[in-house]
Ligand binder design. Structure first.
Ligand SMILES: Nc1ncnc2c1ncn2[C@@H]1O[C@H](COP(=O)(O)OP(=O)(O)OP(=O)(O)O)[C@@H](O)[C@H]1O
Length: 254
């Protein structure tokens, strides 16, 4: 078997909110063009950890971190890092679909415009390509002027994925992307996520264990701000090394 290539490497990451330590020295290598799922009970630090991968926690005043997170071998917490460029490379999709109260077209064109693209033809191409990649082009191509808030929640979430893809990211972070959606929309997003991994490195927090086992290649199990176990998804779900993992995946707690 060939050695996996790691897109991101987290080394001894500790994170505090004020006096409260939420992450306790985490190490994790995230393989390129694969799907890594984070599972674990509520409050164990999954969202905190995924947000630290594109420095969304910088927005929280009380938050302090130690350790390093490398993207392609460079520490993203280096003071010289351009955070806007980092977030262009490492995009994020949230739990609640959160399109801007603008047209579908403007939602997708927003990021490229802020990065200086003004040419209409170029923007049209980006909008079409991103909506196609997010498997929603056919549903909205005749309504690009429609307010993005007027479509269904599942469609809104695919618009948010298209918006994240429009700036050309390399990594896509998804924090419980289907938890607000119905089963049909959930299935569509899962299929989409599986298709996207040929081009993107994907990290996904999910409460849904079936979802983690269906779509991810690797799984990390979090508990109380620690990664208890990480590895091949099939192994984690069929033959975990740690008793805590076994208890969690078999529904004994959480
Ligand atoms: N802004 C904040 N200020 C202080 N404490 C916080 C903040 N955000 C999260 N926490 C705390 O950090 C811990 C980890 O929270 P986090 O949201 O990362 O967990 P989670 O595993 O994502 O939970 P859930 O599955 O419920 O979303 C919790 O104890 C939480 O209360």
């Amino acid at each position: 078997m060939s050695t996996p290539t790691y897109k991101m490497e987290v080394k001894d990451l500790k994170l505090w909110y004020g006096d409260f330590q939420a992450l306790h020295g985490l190490d994790l290598a995230i393989p390129e063009k694969k799907i890594t799922a984070f599972i674990g009970p509520s409050g164990c630090g999954k969202s905190t950890f995924i947000k630290s991968l594109n420095r969304m926690n910088d927005l929280i005043e009380t938050c302090r971190i130690e350790g390093t997170i490398e993207l392609d071998g460079k520490n993203i917490y280096d003071p010289k890092t351009d955070v806007n460029q980092l977030r262009k490379k490492v995009g994020m999709v949230f739990q609640q679909p959160n399109p801007f109260p603008k047209s579908i077209y403007d939602n997708i064109a927003y990021g490229p415009r802020t990065h200086g693209i003004k040419n209409k033809k170029e923007l049209d191409e980006i909008v079409e390509r991103s909506l196609k990649q997010a498997a929603i082009w056919d549903e909205v191509k005749d309504y690009l002027d429609r307010n993005a808030l007027s479509i269904s929640g599942g469609q809104q979430q695919r618009i948010c994925i298209a918006r994240a893809l429009a700036v050309g990211p390399e990594v896509l972070l998804m924090d419980e992307p289907t938890s607000a959606l119905d089963p049909i929309s959930t299935a569509k997003i899962e299929e989409l996520v599986s298709d996207l991994k040929s081009e993107y490195t994907i990290v996904m927090v999910t409460h849904n264990m079936q979802q983690a086992s269906r779509v991810s290649d690797e799984t990390a199990f979090f508990l109380n701000g620690h990664i208890i176990e990480h590895g091949d998804t099939r192994k984690i779900f069929t033959n975990p090394d740690q008793e805590e993992t076994e208890n969690y995946i078999s529904g004994r707690f959480g």
